[in-house]
Design a protein around this ligand. Structure first.
Ligand SMILES: Nc1nc2c(ncn2[C@@H]2O[C@H](COP(=O)(O)OP(=O)(O)OP(=O)(O)O)[C@@H](O)[C@H]2O)c(=O)[nH]1
Ligand SMILES: [Mg+2]
Length: 166
């Protein structure tokens, strides 16, 4: 989950090493439905539609909120939510809202900072610090769907949540 264009579908594809599985686009708002990907017949990756897309109507925004909130509230099988934030920007009010929902429903989640390939190492450090403070979390994983940096760390966390070992 994460705002429109943050790189949700790209993260999914890069974790799996399959280009084009989840549709990606430079047009924000590409993913408009909840898409399920069955992995190794064992678990699902779920690609959620993004939020914060400026051109969306109020009504669409309201429907989106209902869809996501009821999805989070009514899915006991959710073992891990991954909240994506753009490394280049301060987390938005919608990102904070998302995090509040995750906490409210007591869902385990991981924050991943995307597109770090676009930052210098100094900028990355600052961006990571900023995201940790804004979201009040003690871990933010730097990720790039281009270099696959962060992929093994994210996989490790996914696996341990699936096995229930953390
Ligand atoms: N440089 C760089 N570009 C990225 C990265 N991840 C995604 N992008 C680009 O960002 C754009 C949006 O990526 P998507 O994966 O479609 O984003 P999304 O979050 O699924 O977007 P919606 O489905 O519209 O909510 C595309 O042009 C991607 O190529 C990354 O790690 N590095
Ligand atoms: Mg998408």
């Amino acid at each position: 989950m994460g705002r429109s264009n943050v790189g949700k579908s790209s993260l999914l594809n890069s974790l799996l090493g399959v280009d084009g599985l989840a549709r990606t686009s430079s047009t924000p708002g590409r993913t408009q439905s909840i898409n399920f990907f069955l992995i190794d017949r064992q678990f699902y990756f779920v690609d959620l539609p993004g939020y914060g897309y400026a051109k969306t109507s109020k009504e669409n925004r309201r429907l989106w909120g209902q869809l996501i909130e009821s999805y989070l509230a009514e899915r006991p099988q959710l073992v891990l939510s991954i909240l994506l934030v753009d490394a280049r920007h301060e987390p938005t009010p919608s990102d904070l809202q998302m995090k509040s929902w995750l906490q409210h429903y007591e869902l385990p989640f991981l924050v991943v900072s995307t597109k770090v390939d676009k930052l210098s190492s100094n900028e990355r450090r600052k961006s990571q610090q900023r995201a940790m403070i804004a979201l009040g979390v003690d871990r933010v994983i730097p990720y790039s769907s281009i270099t696959r940096e962060g992929a093994s760390q994210v996989w490790e966390i996914i696996h341990s949540r699936i096995k229930g070992t953390d």
